[in-house]
Design a protein around this ligand. Structure first.
Ligand code: ZN
Length: 339
């Protein structure tokens, strides 16, 4: 009960990439970069194991960004045609590559990384992939002319990739869909369908992560504009409860999400965000336990998995490790209190 896990990313060592920034430039190249990514993956696993995290990830040490790590391996996308577009409904601008033709997966993208993580930990392993809607929202389109059709094309490629990861022995495959909190109508109209396509026939646990974004200024400003109650989840949880996805990872601590909305995810495992990734303050075990206990009023404890609100990539490394230890300590405390 109350097994702990993380949303996905962890900070990278400063010898591998510039610390404390998103899209951090690599500090190595060629064979040294490949070796650095492998070494950093081992460190990420060790940090989670030492902190007492039950279901670990590779910390996304081998990718520069959670979306473009996957997209880089896809044919039909031109990285020389980078354009500046507004993403997440124009919340902020990013330089993104352009889809210029039929999408094809040339080769395994994350297979080698997943295999390294799989062979170096005996704990259950989660691997994250970007969700179809979020990919579509993070590239420019000069070919499909239709977001739903392009999302379905990406979903097919994600499914090919995910099947490989499941065959390697990954226990949980999670699709990251921060865009689900932005395009609420589209989630119901086609977002869940594309997620189903991506997760079809995997034979492992499937998850979707839906948050309010990394702790970057544009997101903090956006959150400030959402009013006293953040009810985005209310619009999409019923569709997710009716879906074939096993787990939903959500943002809770220090957010204005009314905790009772978790009750809309009946039957699903809920990865409850009990660590704030937008704050440098280390949560106490008591604060973490309090979030879990509040969630437990709406979700049966056997369906609750204490987790981080979002990825920890932009945080200080030492701080991130301390926050993971708090997560495990808070879960242990809640386990005791909830019997
Ligand atoms: Zn997130």
């Amino acid at each position: 009960m109350l097994e702990t896990t993380i949303a996905g990313s962890l900070p990278k060592p400063s010898w591998l990439a510039e610390p404390r920034v998103l899209w951090a430039p690599w500090r190595l190249d060629g064979e040294m970069l490949a070796e650095g990514k492998r070494d950093a993956t081992l460190l990420a696993l060790k940090v989670q194991e030492d902190a007492g995290i039950d279901i670990v990830s590779d910390g996304e040490q081998s990718r520069q960004h959670f979306v473009h790590g996957f997209v880089e391996g896809i044919e039909g996308i031109d990285f020389d045609k980078r354009v500046r577009i507004g993403i997440r409904n124009n919340r902020y601008e990013a330089m993104v590559p352009t889809v210029t033709g039929e999408l094809r997966r040339k080769r395994s993208i994350h297979g080698a990384e997943a295999l390294i993580a799989r062979t170096r930990t005996s704990r259950r392993l989660k691997f994250t992939l970007p969700g179809p809607m979020t990919i579509v929202d993070t590239v420019a389109d000069a070919h499909y002319g239709d977001r739903r059709a392009m999302a379905m094309a990406f979903a097919e490629l994600l499914n090919e990739e995910a099947r490989e990861l499941a065959a390697i022995g990954v226990d949980v495959i999670q699709f990251d869909e921060p865009a689900f909190n932005v395009y609420l109508d589209e989630v119901v109209e086609w977002g869940v369908d594309t997620l189903h396509r991506a997760a079809e026939g995997l034979g492992c646990t499937t998850a979707v992560h839906i948050c309010y974004g990394y702790g970057i200024p544009a997101n903090i400003e956006w959150k400030g504009s959402l009013g006293s109650e953040w009810r985005q989840y209310e619009a999409i949880f019923p569709a997710l409860a009716a879906s074939r996805i096993d787990q939903v990872s959500v943002e809770c601590i220090n957010s204005r999400v009314p905790i009772e909305l978790l009750g809309l995810l009946a039957g699903k495992d809920v990865l409850v965000g009990a660590i704030d990734v937008a704050s440098d303050k280390i949560e106490t075990a008591d604060e973490v336990a309090a979030v879990i206990e509040r969630a437990a009023r709406h979700v049966a404890p056997r369906h609750l998995f204490p987790c981080t609100n979002c990825g920890m990539a932009p945080l200080d490394r030492t701080l991130a490790a301390q926050k993971l230890a708090s997560l495990a300590a808070g879960a242990a405390l809640a386990r005791k209190r909830l019997g």
